[in-house]
Design a protein around this ligand. Structure first.
Ligand code: AMP
Length: 219
């Protein structure tokens, strides 16, 4: 398979968070997701969680220095010594450079990017179709609708679309955050000769997963 320091890459809504835990488990790599780490900090009420909160709620990137420090600490832990699957990091070229410097200090590097290819329209359909209740149970208008329209199957509360999942907001985030700030990370790695393994991110969860496995197992 491709080397062991991997990045799963693609816009929010591409399916990274769905695919990465399964892939990491199968390949024996820790799944390192910076969004999950920030959410854990918020649940625990840490200073970092508080600082990240406003950015996350606005759909903006948390400042590089905060993310980099948290990530470097995480990949320094013993379970990441033989590789990791990064999910949601790096999201800027500055983050990628900081990661490369950190890895190089240990004689290591990023081995490959697994890229989930989806269009802007796919992203808008996926994200703006999401419905959540006040307890955080998630449904989807098209892909996993509730039994009764606009009512949570689990707790019976009303389902609604989150303000930051409105189509205009999703499009704005795709163009001004993903295309403008994150997409250049791929070019950064291409320039360094790191392979980007493109995978069609459309279709069922299982179909996408099989494509990812195949891409990783290719010599
Ligand atoms: P995610 O769960 O990966 O979609 O991340 C949720 C939110 O956390 C993002 O919208 C950002 O506000 C923040 N975040 C996660 N990872 C990063 C990162 N690498 N750089 C900046 N902000 C991040």
């Amino acid at each position: 398979m491709a080397g062991r320091n991997l990045i799963i890459f693609g816009p929010p809504g591409a399916g990274k968070g769905t695919q990465a835990p399964r892939l990491a488990a199968e390949f024996g790599l820790p799944h390192v997701a910076t969004g999950d780490m920030f959410r854990a900090h918020q649940r625990e009420g840490t200073a970092l969680g508080l600082r990240a909160k406003a950015y996350m709620e606005a759909g903006e990137l948390v400042p590089d220095t905060l993310v980099i420090e948290m990530l470097v600490e995480r990949i320094g832990q013993a379970d990441a010594a033989d590789g990791f699957l990064l999910d949601g990091f790096p999201r800027t070229v500055a983050q990628a450079v900081a990661l490369d410097v950190e890895l190089a200090a240990n004689g290591s590097r990023i081995d490959a990017l697994l890229v989930l290819d989806v269009t802007e329209e796919d992203v808008v359909t996926r994200i703006s179709g999401r419905l959540v209740c006040a307890n955080g149970h998630v449904f989807h208008e098209t892909f996993s609708p509730p039994a009764v329209a606009a009512v949570c199957d689990t707790c019976g509360l009303a389902l609604a679309r989150r303000a930051d999942d409105e189509p205009d907001v999703v499009r704005n985030r795709y163009r001004n955050v993903y295309l403008a700030q994150t997409a250049p990370v791929r070019d950064h790695y291409t320039a360094l000769g790191v392979p980007a393994l493109d995978v069609d991110g459309t279709g069922s969860t299982d179909a996408v997963y099989e494509r990812l496995r195949t891409a990783l197992q290719r010599p």
